[in-house]
Design a binder for this molecule. Structure first.
Ligand code: MSP
Length: 502
């Protein structure tokens, strides 16, 4: 098997608020993909972190009566603790106030300035205070930008416009670069308008919380120019060339709202630096509550911690990964959560495990029976198991985790039907070894499903594999060992009983 390299990133989150389910989603997605790639034998590096500069963070700190750095230092552990609770296996965690990042941002600014791609000019234009950037007349008319005012200011600009044609060509030549497809088209649409240059400075008189511009101390760096660089500062750009070459380019997982900054600002910055563009930029949809976006101001954010406390980490990870269809928005409701949990985990998976182990206990002395020669019915289940593995691998390489889960659950559903058809509880009365063959096959399918579900539900899957006595087994069909004793275990996914309204 050829060993691939997989470098994956999440957006770095603003430390202006506690993390919510939207942040948790991207981070879990990156974690699941990393775990799959590691399991496939790929060399994997997973980066996440925090965006600590800029106006939003400064304002959040002011509100709490704290210095920005003190505010960031206080909030950072909330993210780190949540990631720990969610079982996130990141290899690094970057904060943009760290010296290792700030130094790289300044070196890059100097380099791009020296190359002539940054210039100063006085500019008068519309500025969205909420979005923290200059906007066009057209954008202002769209009504999507809040707190718009006219600002006249001398600033530094990055010659983004000079890369327009090159970027269009790159996107056209690399169909898998911006994903999913409709997001690529959205960006190509955006690029039909003339690209303007990017204002990359903020005068300290207006905003002081940022990285000082190395060639003009009256200014700090625009937060996006600073933040995007985390993807390379964390992996050694400018400090550890070998490490950098090993990992770059990477895959950026982002929400659809930050697609422009990634596929236009970041890519042109990379052009200016003479670096390869990311391997892929994958934009997922929004988690909605009812029909509206989750947001602090609407007061409808779902706190991941509450859910974890109620239903366990793995159930939350499973729900988020299965419910959001690649690239589309998803609706979060407690009812959906319970429905998904009860049907997939409690009924399909959990019941099969209980049923199989119950029958092995009752009729086979609690010992995993012999596999025997398969009949066509077993061949069919085994074939499904065998084709599932490469299929999952292909889906993982396409970032389609929701489809992976669907396929694994389809195997489980197929095995439930096979159990019904073979009825090993009846068969045991006339042909005990044949009943054992059915139970071996069903248990083996459960084992394979657990291996495939492990990146999504690391704890539960490990428990299943430990119960089956093959904690380190892999993806080949038939790794379950006959003759091992099955221990007693409490239900893995107890059904959530919903109180009926009277
Ligand atoms: N700091 C910038 C990213 C810089 S990356 C170099 C930022 N931070 S953020 O905290 O506001 O948002 C981070 C991510 O969370 C974005 O990808 C955004 O799409 C995602 N989400 C925030 N709310 C969300 C939902 N309700 N649903 C899904 N994801 C959402 O932007």
């Amino acid at each position: 098997m050829t060993k691939n390299k997989f470098y994956v990133t999440t957006p770095i989150y603003y430390v202006n608020d506690a993390p919510h389910i939207g942040h948790a989603y991207t981070t879990i997605l990156a974690d699941v993909l990393s775990r799959f790639h590691r399991a496939l034998g790929d060399d994997t590096f997973f980066l996440t972190g925090l965006d600590e500069h800029g106006q939003k963070v400064q304002q959040a700190a002011e509100k709490r009566g704290l210095q920005p750095q003190a505010h960031c230092d206080e909030l950072a552990p909330r993210f780190m603790d949540l990631w720990k609770k969610l079982g996130i296996s990141n290899d690094d965690f970057i904060r943009t106030t760290e010296a290792r990042h700030q130094g790289v941002v300044q070196a890059i600014l100097q380099k791009v300035y020296d190359s002539g791609a940054i210039y100063q000019k006085e500019y008068e234009g519309l500025y969205s205070v909420a979005e923290e950037r200059f906007i066009t007349e057209k954008e202002a008319e769209s009504g999507q930008f809040r707190e718009v005012k006219t600002i006249k200011e001398k600033n530094y600009f990055f010659k983004m416009s000079q890369y327009q044609e090159r970027l269009i060509k790159y996107i056209d030549d690399n169909p898998g670069f911006i994903r999913p497809e409709h997001r690529k088209n959205e960006m190509l649409g955006f690029l039909r308008q003339p690209l303007t240059d990017l204002c990359i400075s903020r005068p300290k008189s207006r905003l002081s919380w940022g990285i000082e511009i190395p060639f003009d101390r009256d200014y700090v760096t625009y937060v996006w120019f600073d933040a995007l660089i985390n993807y390379i500062s964390a992996i050694g750009y400018g400090s550890d060339e070998a490490k950098f070459r090993r990992w770059w380019p990477g895959v950026h997982l982002i929400g659809k709202d930050i697609l422009t900054t990634h596929s236009i600002y970041w890519t042109t910055m990379l052009f200016a630096l003479g670096l390869p563009l990311p391997e892929a930029i994958f934009a997922h949809g929004w988690w909605l509550m009812g029909d509206s976006k989750m947001s602090k101001s609407l007061g409808n954010v779902v706190r991941p911690l509450d859910l974890i406390e109620q239903h366990g980490v793995d159930a939350v990870r499973y729900y988020l990964m299965s419910e959001m269809i690649l690239g589309a928005d998803a609706n979060f409701t407690p009812e959906n959560f319970i429905k998904r949990y009860n049907s997939d985990l409690a009924n399909d998976f959990g019941n099969l495990l209980n049923r199989v182990s119950g029958l092995i206990g009752k009729n086979h002395g609690g010992i995993i029976p012999a596999a025997l020669e398969p009949t066509p019915a077993e061949e069919e289940v085994a074939r499904s198991g065998r084709v599932l593995v490469p299929r999952v691998e292909a889906l993982v390489r396409e970032y389609k985790v929701d489809e992976v889960l669907n396929e694994v659950m389809n195997l489980i559903r197929q095995v439930n039907k096979y159990m019904e058809a073979q009825a090993p509880w009846k068969l045991a009365k006339t042909d005990l070894p044949a009943a054992g063959r059915v139970l071996y096959t069903a248990t083996e399918a459960l084992r394979l499903a657990a291996v495939l579900l492990k990146p999504v539900m690391p704890e539960k899957a490990a428990t299943v594999l430990a119960i089956l006595g093959v904690p380190d087994s892999g993806l080949a069909w038939g790794e379950l060992k006959s003759g091992l004793a099955l221990p007693a275990f409490p239900p893995l996914f107890p059904r959530i009983e919903v109180e009926k309204k009277v």
